[in-house]
Write a protein that binds this ligand. Structure first.
Ligand SMILES: [Zn+2]
Ligand SMILES: [Zn+2]
Ligand SMILES: [Zn+2]
Length: 186
C-alpha cells in the first residue's frame, strides 16, 4: 500500500476515535471541543482521500478492497432515503441482476456494472470512487476555464480579444458601452 493510502487509513482511524469519544462524552465543555475535533477529522479525511493516488473501492458486502482496474458493480438501494444511493460491490458479491448494463469510469475506465434501476437513474455514478470523481471534477473545471479564456472577435469593432469571462462579447469597456448604448437606443 502506498503512503497516500496509508494517510487515508490513518485519517479514518482518527475520525473513528474522535467520533467514539464524542458519543461517550457527557460533559458540555468536553463535547463542544469534540464536535470541532470531529469536523477537523472529517476535513482531514477528505483531504487525504483527494490526495490518494489509487481509486479506493471497497465492496460494501465482503469489505474487500478492489484492485485498480478490477471490474465492479453498483447496486441501487432506495432504502437509503433522499431518493436512494448506489452501493459498490465486487463481482463475486454481485448477482446477475446487478449486471444489467455496463459503463466505464470516466476517469480510470474501470468497468462498472449497473442493475436496471441504477442504469436508468439520473444519479448513476459516473466514476468508480471518490478519487476518480474528484479528478473528473478538476478536469471539468480546467475545461471550463479554457473556454472562459477563448479568443473571439469583438461583436462591436471586430478586433480579436481574449475573453475575461465566458459571456464577454466585447474587447474593451469602450466597445461594451457602445453595445449597451446601441441596445438601449430604441
Ligand atoms: Zn464483495
Ligand atoms: Zn475510476
Ligand atoms: Zn471592440
Amino acid at each position: 500500500m502506498d503512503n497516500s493510502s496509508k494517510a487515508v487509513d490513518a485519517a479514518l482511524k482518527t475520525l473513528r476515535e474522535v467520533r467514539a469519544a464524542l458519543t461517550a462524552s457527557k460533559l458540555g465543555n468536553e463535547r463542544a471541543g469534540l464536535v470541532f475535533a470531529v469536523l477537523d477529522a472529517e476535513r482531514a479525511l477528505r483531504a487525504a482521500l483527494r490526495a490518494e493516488k489509487h481509486p479506493r473501492v471497497d465492496c460494501s458486502h465482503c469489505r474487500r478492497r478492489l484492485k485498480p482496474d478490477e471490474p465492479m458493480a453498483w447496486r441501487w438501494n432506495s432504502y437509503y432515503g433522499r431518493g436512494g444511493l448506489s452501493e459498490a460491490l465486487c463481482l463475486s458479491c454481485s448477482e446477475p441482476a446487478d449486471r444489467y448494463e455496463q459503463h466505464s469510469c470516466e476517469t480510470c475506465a474501470r468497468v462498472m456494472h449497473f442493475d436496471i434501476a441504477g442504469a436508468c437513474h439520473a444519479r448513476r455514478p459516473l466514476t468508480c470512487s471518490y478519487q476518480c470523481n474528484y479528478r473528473r471534477k478538476l478536469k471539468h473545471q480546467r475545461d471550463r476555464n479554457r473556454v472562459e479564456h477563448a479568443t473571439i472577435a469583438c461583436i462591436v469593432c471586430g478586433e480579436m480579444f481574449t475573453q475575461a469571462r465566458r459571456d464577454a462579447q466585447t474587447c474593451s469597456n469602450r466597445c461594451r458601452q457602445a453595445l449597451y448604448r446601441r441596445s438601449h437606443r430604441k
